[in-house]
Design a protein around this ligand. Structure first.
Ligand code: ARG
Ligand code: ZN
Length: 860
């Protein structure tokens, strides 16, 4: 069944209040739901449609009387009701332990918890499970006190008590009307780290982060991030928290990163637990960013929610932008921007150029879980970021103020958001709306001409949006490009220009240039487009050294390497050209290593080679083995050529003591990068150096970095470090996840065999999403191992999908996209990838999740 955005109809009935009664048990939980229903004046006058998923109604009562005028339509329970208002009571019994999909109410290591977004609530009780039905929830939880000492739900605790039979109960009430996807409950043996926050209007909010006993020593960073997020949202967006209590619970079994349930966020432990010994600097940033993201949803998502799931980017795109802005303010803004662009290019650009491409506001879906994508989230954030570029921050804030004021308490649409920004910020976004409609990454070609006689410079632009499934023809987009023209001699520019493209072809002219300037385009990555501006090596070297926009400096360095590697892969380099290209890169890299004005965090960005997924986007079709070989060869050459500099850098950074300040973090980042280059150049010596880093490590960043390098090498150091790491962290699941993913993602030529063996390891299980991702996502992202010429990597992922699908279709479906890239891969591998997809498609039973992704990946 294909659901169409155009088919939206308001619900026939509303549910202003709901009382939920849970008799909690690991294998048989009884649920009694009492719905106060009212006919929706805007509805079509039809019956009350209550969605279910695998539920059986044990009893249905209307206004307190047993009721028989209901029927099942597929999984839905449909009740014919006369009149305007009734009370409907339904009893169901569910088995949380059998719920391996981790959607709805499920068991996680003796705990009971929920995940309802997008359509998990219908696995708990019959309800109009759609985000435009908002209700006030009163929830009564009853459970055995010894097994489930803590009972949590949304909102505020109202009452609690104990019974003679060893059970206890708690009543929670959430005064804010919310859709069912924001409902949550948690029951189990948990301990809290507590904090407080005083809001700008002076209200005291109690904060608690609930974890398993023993983990409470690792919640400090999450608590700091939560408090900082609350303060930041007040200061930057004027948004204040609206309950007296804010709970976070961390669970080990979770499909996603975290969930913004009103007043009761539920997190994957991965985004809560952190201490220096077990979490890397990247993990710390992940905790800070996700804690902020879920907190920010309290306004962008909960107070203003989505009318239907096609509007998902309304809350996700905006909230990703907000968490990116927050993290930029907490640390290094330029480095954060570069990281965000790297994610976009490596995860979203391939989506946009593949069979699963969709606009940030999709037009149809079969399974909404498949649309929690980099496009909806990250490109969605970029689209709103462009509004900030067009409006400036003050006017943008006026727009968001109007949006929150206008739509508070409502289920809104992306169109509502755009209109509020238009009205509040005073912009005309008529054509800009195409960003919500058209999929595909716009390609912008630019040619610069200089007329020495008149001193004028002309930039001629062409834009095209490539065809995507269902959208063969595209219209021109609004593309804001922050631009600077550098004077070659002085190294300065006379101020930035905002060039806004809105036609297929346009020219812009600038005067006052006796000499041709150096063009710095799309500074700060002001638009999520691919720029094709054939720039000379000299110009790129100039920008890499001199651009005062940090992103543009990074971009010049990336382009320098991309142009060289693409030419190498396409066999366009003779020996002299290869030598010249390498020398230019080494020169630029050497200058960056030596530049005293750079901080090490930024230096760490500038020395990073472009990833293979991004390189692959520049080639069609691509031979992944060639890309890998050329990139490795360049890395090895740079490791040799700049060997002294890398060793000196590694020594210098190794002397910096552990700390969470930018300087110490920068040192740790560079330390492992130096090892990466050195390992490519001199594996034997570097194994010793990496083992020394491993042995000396007093933090996970250094330890993981060293182990990552060792995993790609052969020899006793590799085996010793892997064994030590496993033994040292045997009781910490998040760290054992790293042990799996470092091996699966490694450069070792036998990585594929290692993955096969690891799948049989006693610590491996298909029932824990983190563990599955640790092994198999790392593998699918390992270009060398995944793209093994004989197709063994593709077969391994197909086998995984088939084995995982009956357990957890949501997680299984995530593994289809790597196989779906076959159209842009060289023919022999493409045929093997297709064959793997066809083998999955031939399975007699598939989840809707996997079925949709596989059939779309084969179409066309
Ligand atoms: N709303 C959550 C977040 O981004 C993610 C929910 C994931 N749900 C899903 N079906 N994949 O914060
Ligand atoms: Zn979100």
């Amino acid at each position: 069944v294909v659901i169409q955005r155009a088919d939206y109809r308001p619900p026939a009935w509303l549910v202003p209040d709901i009382a939920l009664d849970f008799l909690l048990d690991l294998s048989a939980t009884q649920v009694t739901a009492t719905l106060d229903v009212e006919r929706n004046p805007a509805g079509d006058g039809g019956p009350l449609r209550l969605n279910g998923d695998g539920l059986v109604a044990q009893s249905v009562a209307v206004d307190g009387e047993p009721h028989s005028a209901w029927r099942m339509e597929g999984d839905d329970l449909v009740v014919d009701l006369p009149g305007e208002a009734h009370q409907v009571t339904i009893e169901t019994t569910i088995d949380p332990t059998a719920n391996t999909q981790l959607s709805g109410l499920y068991a996680s290591g003796g705990l009971l918890c929920t995940q309802c977004e997008a359509e998990g609530f219908r696995r708990i009780t019959f309800f109009p499970d759609r985000p435009d039905v908002l209700s006030r929830y009163t929830v009564t939880l009853t459970a055995d006190k010894a097994a489930f000492p803590v009972l949590l739900s949304n909102g505020n605790p109202m009452d609690s008590g104990e019974e003679e039979d060893g059970t206890h109960w708690a009543i929670w009430h959430d005064p804010w009307p919310k859709p069912s996807y924001l409902f949550a409950l948690v029951a189990g043996d948990l301990v809290a780290t507590r904090g407080t926050f005083t809001t700008m209007s002076g209200r005291e909010v109690e904060l608690a982060i609930w974890v398993r006993a023993g983990d409470e020593t690792r919640t400090g960073h999450a608590m700091r991030a939560l408090i900082a997020s609350m303060a930041w949202d007040e200061k930057v967006y004027g948004r204040e928290y609206d309950l007296d209590l804010f709970n976070i619970v961390a669970v080990s079994d979770f499909n996603a990163g975290a969930m913004e349930n009103k007043g009761l966020n539920i997190f994957n432990t991965r985004y809560i637990l952190a201490d220096p010994e077990t979490a890397t600097d990247g993990d710390y940033d992940g905790v800070e960013g996700v804690v902020a993201h879920e907190y920010f949803h309290n306004w962008s998502g909960n107070r203003v929610t989505c009318r239907d799931w096609f509007q998902l980017s309304l809350k996700e795109g905006f909230t990703v932008l907000r968490d990116q802005q927050f993290s930029a303010d907490m640390g290094s803004a330029p480095v954060k921007r570069i990281e965000d662009v790297r994610v976009l290019r490596s995860a979203q650009f391939p989506e946009d150029s593949g069979p699963l491409a969709h606009p940030i506001r999709p037009n149809s879906y079969q399974e909404i879980s498949n649309f929690y994508t980099a496009t909806v989230y990250n490109k969605g954030a970029e689209v709103i970021r462009m509004m900030t570029v067009l409006a400036g921050s003050e006017r943008f804030r006026a727009g968001t103020d109007l949006y929150f004021e206008r739509h508070d308490g409502e289920a809104a649409t992306c169109e509502d958001f755009v209109k509020a920004i238009e009205d509040g910020a005073g912009l005309d976004l008529a054509q800009f709306r195409r960003w919500y409609e058209q999929a595909g990454t716009p390609q912008v070609d630019v040619a610069m001409t200089h007329d020495a006689a008149s001193g004028s410079v002309t930039l001629a632009f062409k834009q095209t949006v490539p065809p995507t499934p269902g959208q063969p023809v595209k219209q021109p987009m609004v593309i804001p490009l922050r631009t600077a023209l550098f004077d070659r001699a002085s190294g300065a520019h006379g101020g930035e220009h905002l060039i806004v493209l809105n036609e297929a072809a346009q020219t812009f002219t600038f005067d006052g240039f006796a000499q041709a300037p150096v063009l710095s385009l799309n500074r700060g990555f002001s638009a999520p487009v691919a720029i094709n501006a054939p720039q000379s090596v000299d110009d790129l070297v100039f920008l890499a050294a001199h651009d005062d926009d940090a992103f543009a400096r990074y971009e010049a360095m990336q382009q320098l390497v991309v142009q060289h590697l693409v030419a190498a892969v396409e066999d366009r380099l003779d020996d002299a050209a290869r030598a010249a290209g390498r020398a230019a890169i080494a020169g630029a890299l050497g200058a960056i290593l030596a530049d005293p004005a750079l901080d090490d965090l930024m230096r760490g960005e500038l020395v990073m080679l472009p990833g293979e997924a991004y390189l692959a986007e520049q080639l069609n079709p691509v031979d992944p083995a060639r890309v890998h070989a050329e990139r490795e060869a360049l890395k090895a050459w740079l490791g040799t050529e700049l060997g002294d500099a890398w060793r000196a850098l590694h020594d210098r950074c190794s002397a910096v003591p552990y700390g969470l300040d930018a300087a110490a973090r920068g040192a740790r980042k560079l330390k492992t990068q130096a090892l990466v280059y050195l390992a490519a150049a001199d594996p034997a010596q570097t194994a010793l150096r990496a083992k020394a880093q491993y042995d000396a490590a007093d933090n996970m960043t250094d330890r993981q970095g060293a182990l990552m390098v060792l995993c790609g090498l052969d020899g006793p150091q590799r085996e010793a470090a892997l064994a030590d790491f496993h033994a040292r962290f045997a009781d910490n699941r998040l760290v054992i996840d790293k042990w799996f993913s470092l091996q699966a993602g490694s450069l070792h030529p036998k990585a594929l065999d290692h993955v096969r063996a690891l799948a049989q390891h006693p610590d491996f299980t298909l029932t824990n999403p983190n563990r599955v991702r640790a092994l198999y996502m790392a593998f699918a992202a390992n270009p060398q191992a995944f793209h093994a010429a004989d197709g063994a990597g593709y077969a391994l992922i197909a086998d995984l999908i088939l084995a995982l699908d009956p357990i957890n279709g949501n997680v299984a479906a995530r593994f289809v996209a790597p196989l779906g890239r076959w159209r842009r891969i060289e023919p022999q591998r493409a045929a093997l990838m297709r064959a793997a997809l066809e083998r999955i498609a031939a399975a007699p039973r598939l989840s809707r999740d996997v079925r949709e992704q596989v059939s779309k990946s084969l179409e066309g």
